[in-house]
Structure formats: structure tokens, C-alpha cells
Design a protein around this ligand. Sequence first.
Ligand code: HEC
Ligand code: HEC
Length: 308
Amino acid sequence: MSDFFNSGWSNYISIITVVGIFACLWLLFSQRTIKVIREKDGSIAEDTGHVWDEDLRELNNPLPRWWMLMFLFSCFFGLIYLVIYPGLGSNPGTLGYSTKSELIQSMEAANNELKPVYDKYMGMSIEEVAADPQAKVMGQRLYLNSCAQCHGSDAGGSIGFPNLTDNDWLYGGTPEAIKTTIMNGRGGIMPSFIQLPAKDIVNVASYVRALSGLTSDSFKATQGEIIFRNNCVSCHGSNGKGNQLLGAPNLTDKVWLYGASQATIIETLTKGRQGMMPAQDKVLSPEKIHLLTAYIWGLSNQKSNMAK
Ligand code: HEC
Ligand code: HEC
């Protein structure tokens, strides 16, 4: 109701509502005087003039009293309700009630209830939190709410969205690196090499496949190595092992963000890739990010948890 641009609609709705209620009261008032008119023999005289089946007359009896009272009560209930609760256009009502404030109150109540729990975990290291069964359940719930839509409900990732359960990291798998990733977000920029001759693209793609031991044309791969030295080592490193400061993936392992086929690598090279991990520091509290960091760290450090 408070979303109206001006008071015009609010007034329009208020007037219709109030006029409607008073019209009901007037209707009731105007019908109140009907009395039962009886014949000398006691039978009811007045009817509506409708006759069915030759002698079945529709009588015009007054409304029953209990019904009149209920009707009156409804009208007055409506009027009182509109005075104390929001209902008349954008008028907030004398109680100042709103569903929004009710939501905020219940959220505050829930936060206050959880605060001691969150505070306890904030005082613990990521490794300790990761080993705590209750924290794991909370972390998983947070994960399913905020992260699963991109990284998958099992955190296994998909094309363009990294697997968070393995030990292969674009930006580093230490508790600090994971927390920085979640708080500030990440954006890896793999530039497009569309300017290179198509032959060079094919050759360097063959070299990339050879780096991780995949079958490729060895002549093309040798040619491609030159292209790689000239264009790619600044980010992917001279040995192709990547650079976590830039989020440039290790090209020598068997883990692929976008795919290992010659066609996919050529697509990566011609179109470029810009994976975006959205920053969470404005969305989630530091306490929740702490729990999530522990949850994510724990996913790929399961064995060390069990050893504790
Ligand atoms: C809109 C999709 C999206 C959402 C939501 C999202 N992520 Fe990501 N995340 C990505 C992408 C894409 C990347 C890879 C960024 C890149 O390619 O540079 C990434 C990267 C990461 C990484 C770095 C992985 C590595 O190998 O270094 C971590 C950790 C991570 N996300 C955790 C989370 C957590 C925890 C959440 C929930 C709070 C979350 N993400 C929510 C898309 C998302
Ligand atoms: C400016 C830094 C930079 C340069 C230069 C660069 N890359 Fe990349 N590359 C990246 C980043 C960052 C990613 C990850 C993109 C993402 O996170 O979405 C990437 C991703 C890739 C991938 C996808 C890997 C996968 O797991 O699917 C391949 C293949 C690749 N680069 C090959 C190359 C080749 C070949 C060259 C040289 C012709 C090159 N890159 C030059 C930064 C760079």
C-alpha cells in the first residue's frame, strides 16, 4: 500500500471502502421497518407476488433479528479494524502494525537466539569449526541457500562453476583464501585470442591438451608451444601450472572448468571466459561467512577432520 506514487489511489480506495460499509449500514437501516402483516386468521398477508405450482406463495418476511445483529456487528468490526490496522489506502492504522515490521521483529528474535552460537564459532579457527558437527549442519544449510544454485547441491560444480569438494583451487584452498573468495567474490578473465590466426589457435589448443597428457597431434603441439610461450605464460605460468593470484587454472592437471575437448578449448581461446563469483560480504553476515568458509574448507579436507 505504501508503494503508491501519490495519494490519489490511496484516497480512491479509502473512499470506496468507507462508502461501501456505510452503504451496507444504510441498506440494513432501510429494511428495518418491515413488519409482518397478517390476515385475520393469522396467516401472513404480504408476499412478493411470486407464485409457484399454483398455490406456493413467496412471502416477504422481515430479516431475522440474529441476522441483522450479525450484519451490524460485521460493519462495526470492519470500521474498527480499519481504524487500528492498515487497510484504508496507505493509512498505517493507529497500532502502527505492518507485516514488514513483524518480519523484522521475528528475524531479530531469531538472530538474537542464534547469536551465542555464531559468537562461539567466530572465536574458533576454521579448522575447529569444520570439525564441529553442528557447525557443519548450519554451514550446509547456508550453502544450500546461497551457493547451491551455482556450485550444485553437492558442491560438485558444473561447466564454468568450480567443484568445491576437490583439492584443485583456482584461487587457493587455505581457509584465508576461501574466506577472501566468499567475501569479495572473484572474476577470472581469460582474454579472447580471436586475433590469432586460426591455425595458431588449433596448434595451441593441441599443446594445452598435451600438457595434461591428453592425445593430440604432436607436430601441432610443438608448434603450439611457441604460441603458448608468447601469449599464455604471463597468466598460466611457464609450466602451465596456473596462477592463483589471477585465478588462471592449472592446465596440466585433469581438472577442467570448461572442458578438455579440442572444440571446447578452441571455444575458450576464441571467445574468452569470464567466470564471476559474486561477493557475499554485503549479503551475508561475517558470522555466516565464517561458517560457510569452514563448511567449504571441510568439504575438501574431510580426512583431516576425521583424524581429529
Ligand atoms: C552466481 C553463481 C555463483 C554463486 C551464487 C556462488 N558462486 Fe562461488 N563461484 C562461481 C564462479 C563462476 C566461480 C569461478 C570464478 C572464476 O571462474 O574466476 C566461483 C568460485 C568460487 C570459489 C573459488 C573456487 C576455487 O577453485 O578457488 C569458492 C570457494 C566459491 N566460489 C564458493 C562459493 C560459496 C561459499 C558460495 C555461497 C555463498 C558461492 N560460491 C556462490 C559462481 C557462484
Ligand atoms: C590475462 C591472463 C590470461 C592469459 C594471457 C591467458 N589466460 Fe587462459 N585463463 C585465464 C583465466 C583467469 C582463466 C579462467 C577463466 C575463468 O575463471 O572463467 C583461463 C582459462 C583458460 C582455459 C580453460 C581451462 C579449463 O579448466 O577449462 C584454457 C584452456 C586456457 N585458459 C588457455 C589459455 C591459453 C592457451 C592462453 C594463451 C593463448 C591463455 N589461456 C592465456 C587467464 C589467462
